[in-house]
Write a protein that binds this ligand. Structure first.
Ligand code: LLP
Length: 423
């Protein structure tokens, strides 16, 4: 559910016609609906109303600080994977005691930043990382809250690039080894406080069963740890709940909630969730301008001013994003490729897609672009990254300026003669 819809012939974000926004910002522009963000957060919150829990929005899905602030003011915490994301979350007003730090490759300076910021816990992905955290914490005279990320060897039945809970994936530690690591930590790693168990099996998961299977494995580990006298307080279920892009029918948070509550019955832990896509995916659109239309002998092309540098998902995963005209002119539908300006054939937003015929100068809205849209955008082909806008009822605010040409060269410099040091 989201608040983007036609009012008459004009496509609107909440109560604001998209045309009014682009008249001010130009294109390409990402537009987010605050009401949708809040609605999604509340749906998740409600699904777990009866149990102690912490919703740690996964910053990587959409890391604009205005988006983060929206969730922080609802009482949410954050799942971060880098010093940069920690910096953003803190700038947005996050409570550090509600931050969990995930990721396979945390650097020493990043671990130190997390410890100094007093985050809740590190989700640890390897025995070496566990020892690194212990020694950094010892140097800082701190105790690090830790959960080991279990690799449950469960198939999430999603795109292979975003499946993370199989033995062949680089993520997590297998359950038997994890148990040994907890026991080792208790005996030898004095600056580790093993407070949780963590698991994240993948993204855009549209069935309940993989979550249930993973939960069965983590539940077993929590119980084995109890048997060893290690009473963890937190069970982090990760993220991964899918959304509707096309014809998928992902479970509603309420159904997901019922399954999770069933699987954690009597466990006496605080549940942590790390939803990303389910919070922001359908709360954002990317608006682009039609530059040219081209009729080939095999295909019709609509060339637009947003490319794979703005929205990488179609090129990277072959993902589907619905495309709608910003003004409904009642034209007949034709089959087109909606392609960007980047010099690669893989640069498309939609392929062989039926959309109403459009003309140069008109605008298209690429739907469900709020998750992994701007956050994965780049400057490829030396293109400035898009502006971002937050709509709230009848108002809209630019929450990120479009980059300009000088932004594109920031930090670069010409080699100065007579200063050749590294010969
Ligand atoms: N927690 C961890 C440890 C993660 O690695 C991720 C996502 C999440 C939570 C949030 O998952 P979500 O609820 O959003 O599914 N770029 C890809 C998705 C990559 C997901 C990476 N990890 C895409 O555009 O589909």
């Amino acid at each position: 559910m989201h608040y983007f819809a036609y009012k008459g012939k004009r496509f609107c974000a909440e109560s604001v016609p998209v045309e009014e926004i682009i008249a001010e910002t130009g294109t390409p522009v990402y537009i987010y609906s605050e009401k949708t963000l809040k609605r999604h957060y509340k749906a998740f919150d409600k699904a777990f109303a009866k149990t102690p829990k912490l919703i740690c929005y996964s910053v990587k899905a959409n890391s604009n600080i205005a988006v983060l602030r929206t969730f922080a003011s609802e009482g949410g915490g954050f799942d971060i994977v880098s010093a940069g994301e920690l910096y953003r979350a803190l700038k947005a007003g996050a409570d550090p005691s509600k931050i969990v730090y995930s990721g396979v490759g945390k650097r020493e300076d990043e671990i130190e930043y997390g410890l100094r910021s007093r985050i809740l816990m590190f989700n640890v992905e390897s025995p070496q990382e566990l020892r690194a955290i212990d020694s950094i914490a010892a140097r800082l005279r701190k105790k690090a809250g830790v959960a080991i990320r279990v690799n449950p060897n469960v198939d999430p039945k999603t795109h292979p690039y975003i499946s993370t809970g199989l033995k062949k994936n680089k993520f997590g530690i297998e359950a038997e080894e994890a148990l040994r690591e907890y026991v080792h930590a208790r005996a030898h790693l004095k600056n580790i406080d093993p407070i949780g168990v963590d698991c994240h099996i993948g993204s855009q998961i549209t069935e309940i069963s993989p979550f249930v299977d993973a939960l069965a494995k983590t539940r077993e580990l929590v119980l084995s740890l109890r048997g060893e006298g290690i009473a963890v307080k937190y069970l982090d279920m990760g993220g991964g709940l899918g959304i509707n892009y096309d014809k998928e029918e992902p479970p509603h948070p309420t159904r997901y909630g019922e399954a999770v509550l069933e699987g954690t019955k009597g466990l006496g832990v605080t549940l942590i969730f790390e939803p990303g896509r389910a919070m922001v995916g359908n709360a954002g659109i990317l608006v682009t301008r039609v530059l040219y239309t081209k009729k080939g002998s095999m295909k019709n092309f609509v060339i637009v001013d947003a490319g794979m540098n703005d929205l990488a998902r179609p090129s990277l995963y072959g993902s589907y994003h619905a495309v709608k005209p910003v003004r409904d002119k009642g034209r007949e539908e034709i089959s087109v490729d909606v392609a960007g300006p980047i010099c690669e054939s893989g640069d498309f937003l939609a392929k062989d897609r039926l959309i109403p015929a459009v003309e140069p100068g008109e605008f298209l809205a690429v739907m469900s672009a709020g998750a992994y849209g701007f956050s994965m955008s780049s400057n490829y082909n030396t293109r400035p990254r898009a502006a971002e806008v937050m709509v709230s009822g009848k108002e809209f605010h630019v929450i990120r300026q479009r980059e300009n040409l000088s932004d594109l060269l920031r930090g670069e410099q010409l080699v100065r003669q007579g200063r050749r040091k590294n010969r």
